[in-house]
Design a protein around this ligand. Structure first.
Ligand code: ADP
Length: 224
């Protein structure tokens, strides 16, 4: 819903901005070499505004279940791809990050990019949650819950989530951060639900929050 509203509302100013940039170009062409140079820069700006429109339209498609293409992926390989960016974030925040993924049983049905986006949202939140804590620890774990379900969990040594806030934090535009958009958890929950799973939170063994979600396992590969 958020994506649809955003796509609709942002499309109009973006189209207007493209038109304004476009109509400035003939005037600039009459200004000689300086005009040409500014014109070139405006062309670049126009390209970026058009790209912003495409991103928004694609986001709307991605969040619509019928556009999903679930493939067989392993959780460990999805995390491997993210390792460099996670390492960078951990280094910047002086966070100790640990991975505990049950190997050999982690083949799941997933839209790779979207599940990676979900993981990254949760990991970034976890790192931000431990920022002010004396002990800064994050664990990313994965285990087979049942023959048909795999659980991924991101937990931290932050302050945790008070019981009264547990449902509220998943609503769009709910944030306690000055720079926050409050979209990470709601988008992540939608992605997981479109995969037929659930994204929930419980207390962590590290003292903070443990966000966990389920994915459907690919049984042929995992039950050898
Ligand atoms: P944002 O990160 O932009 O605030 P989110 O939807 O990802 O948006 O998170 C919403 C709110 O939930 C955060 O502002 C924070 O208050 C709370 N939250 C999310 N993850 C954690 C966590 N690991 N520990 C404590 N609070 C959290």
């Amino acid at each position: 819903e958020m994506a649809a509203v955003l796509a609709h509302e942002l499309n109009q100013p973006l189209t207007a901005a493209t038109n304004y940039l476009h109509s400035a170009l003939p005037d600039l062409s009459r200004c000689g070499p300086m005009g040409d140079s500014v014109g070139h820069t405006l062309e670049l700006a126009k390209g970026q505004v058009l790209r912003a429109g495409q991103i928004i339209r694609r986001m709307k498609c991605l969040l619509t279940p019928e556009h999903h293409e679930l493939r067989i992926e392993t959780v460990s390989s999805m995390i491997d791809d993210l390792a460099p960016i996670i390492g960078l974030l951990a280094g910047e925040g002086h966070v100790q990050i640990r991975y505990e993924i049950e190997q050999g049983v982690d083949a799941v049905f997933a839209e790779r990019i979207q599940i990676q986006q979900t993981m990254l949202n949760l990991i970034r939140n976890a790192m931000e949650a431990v920022h002010e804590r004396p002990r800064r620890e994050v664990i990313v774990s994965g285990r087979a819950l049942s023959p048909s379900l795999f659980e991924v969990c991101v937990e931290d040594s932050g302050p945790g989530i008070p019981e009264s806030d547990v449902e509220r934090i998943f609503r769009p535009l709910t944030t306690t951060k000055t720079e926050g958009m409050g979209l990470g958890l709601s988008v992540s929950r939608t992605i997981v639900q479109n995969h037929g799973g659930k994204l929930l939170v419980r207390p962590s063994r590290l003292g903070g929050a443990a966000f966990f979600f389920t994915l459907k396992r690919e049984l042929e590969e995992t039950e050898e």
